[in-house]
Design a binder for this molecule. Structure first.
Ligand SMILES: Nc1nc2c(ncn2[C@@H]2O[C@H](COP(=O)(O)OP(=O)(O)OP(=O)(O)O)[C@@H](O)[C@H]2O)c(=O)[nH]1
Ligand SMILES: [Mg+2]
Length: 409
């Protein structure tokens, strides 16, 4: 079993508090510029929507040197809500920060824990109501966010985490790695009982671990409509490589664990969704599609031999042929991408070196992202959602191929 992520001092401090029923947890690393607003908004949400329940806002920080803990302490709080900032211990990463929050929630005996990202700009008090409300009402065990995001914010979600989770577990969770969640005490206990806290779950694998585990363990998952997600987004070409490896590595690892669950699932359905979208516009995210195509071509040169080992011959041939396209006309058909993902998922199960396998998949993800950007350049939000729905259906339709690949490797 892994070590506690809660430090002894934090544990002692929490033990002084009694009767906390709702915890809002905020993982952070160097978020001094944005976290005060998140703390104040979370506290306002607790006070306004749950006036009869004692609430606590807890920041779990990764040792920021930019004044993040001080920014938490500077927050103005309504009567009846406290806020604390505490460093966690253990492997650095978002997942360890959340691990400490879950341990804190269990220690306090809280009924529900809401997790909010520290870089949020569009959070409102209603987010707390919508993420915790269905749990407090006894209707849901786990609440995932549903936001309006710009087309190119969330490329790991759109190309992989959403369609694969939907095809595997049969639930259309549109934001399985959104970062803002509501978790009830039983689900939280299930998470804490898993021996995963030294893996990529300690880093950016945490969100997909939470959603997948909730689904595969049969908990009631609902969605909460939150409106726009405005945060500090990242250009996928510039900075999403490590996050991609951690999310996808965790997703693939959980496929082995829950094979019996997903093998029995056909088709998919939307989960119950609470609330109408809150007003607000998503900020455009710039994507350097030439850099993405370049990373893909570079991948063919450096990882081509591994692609050839992992992919079925016709899939490898299809992928290799893409490299001849110019960046502006670059296309990567969804059906081909589905085959790539399924071949890699099946190979991951037996891979001696899983990190080399994820390295090989990363440039293919960049290629598919470039293809998606070119396919959808002129689309509005509704057309873009329809496009993603088609891609997700392609994952569902081709699931028999995954089942066959999974068992014959
Ligand atoms: N404690 C801690 N928190 C982290 C670490 N990395 C990220 N976080 C927190 O996790 C939350 C999400 O991180 P972001 O970098 O915004 O990631 P994201 O929004 O999921 O990713 P994008 O969609 O790519 O922008 C923020 O609150 C971060 O402060 C870390 O190493 N340690
Ligand atoms: Mg963010």
């Amino acid at each position: 079993m892994s070590e506690s992520a809660l430090r002894a001092e934090t544990r002692a401090e929490l033990e002084q508090l009694s009767g906390v029923e709702l915890l809002v947890g905020i993982p952070s690393y160097r978020n001094a510029a944005t976290i005060t607003h998140v703390v104040e908004t979370a506290a306002a949400g607790l006070a306004r929507y749950f006036p009869d329940q004692l609430g606590l806002v807890l920041n779990s920080d990764g040792g920021s040197d930019d004044g993040t803990p001080e920014a938490v302490r500077a927050a103005r709080l309504p009567a009846g809500v406290r806020a604390l900032s505490a460093p966690y211990q253990g492997p650095s990463g978002k997942g360890t920060a959340v691990h400490a929050l879950f341990e804190a929630a269990r220690l306090l005996g809280a009924r529900a824990c809401v997790v909010l990202d520290a870089d949020l700009r569009s959070v409102t008090p209603e987010w707390v109501a919508r993420l915790a409300g269905p749990i407090v009402a006894g209707e849901a065990d786990y609440v995932a966010p549903l936001y309006t995001r710009h087309k190119y914010d969330g490329t790991i979600t759109n190309n992989l985490a959403y369609p694969l989770t939907r095809a595997l577990y049969g639930v259309r969770v549109r934001q399985p790695i959104g970062g803002d969640f509501g978790v009830g005490a039983p689900v939280l206990a299930t998470y804490l009982a898993q021996d995963v806290w030294h893996t990529d779950v300690a880093r950016f694998g945490i969100d997909i671990f939470m959603t997948t585990t909730a689904l595969a363990e049969g908990y009631r998952l609902h969605q909460a409509a939150l409106g726009a997600k405005v945060h500090d987004p990242k250009d996928p070409a510039a900075s999403l490589g490590p996050m991609f490896r951690q999310v996808v590595g965790t997703l693939f690892a959980l496929m082995a664990r829950y094979a019996r669950r997903w093998q029995a699932v056909q088709g998919s359905a939307a989960p119950p969704t609470h609330g109408t979208p809150l007003p607000g516009e998503a900020e455009p995210v710039a994507v350097d599609h030439e850099a993405l195509v370049h990373r893909f071509r570079d991948g063919l040169a450096t990882q081509g031999a591994r692609w050839e080992q992992v992919l079925a011959p016709e899939t490898f041939a299809g992928v290799a042929a893409l490299a001849a396209q110019s960046a502006d006309a670059f296309r990567f058909p969804a059906e081909l991408w589905v085959r790539v993902v399924y071949d890699f998922a099946a190979a991951y199960r037996h891979a001696g070196d899983s990190s080399a396998l994820l390295d090989a998949l990363t440039p293919l993800y960049f290629g598919r992202t470039a293809g998606l950007v070119n396919d959808t350049a002129t689309m509005d939000v509704a057309a873009f959602e329809a496009y993603l729905d088609q891609q997700a259906l392609a994952f569902e339709r081709d699931k028999p191929y995954l089942l066959a690949r999974w068992s014959d490797r």
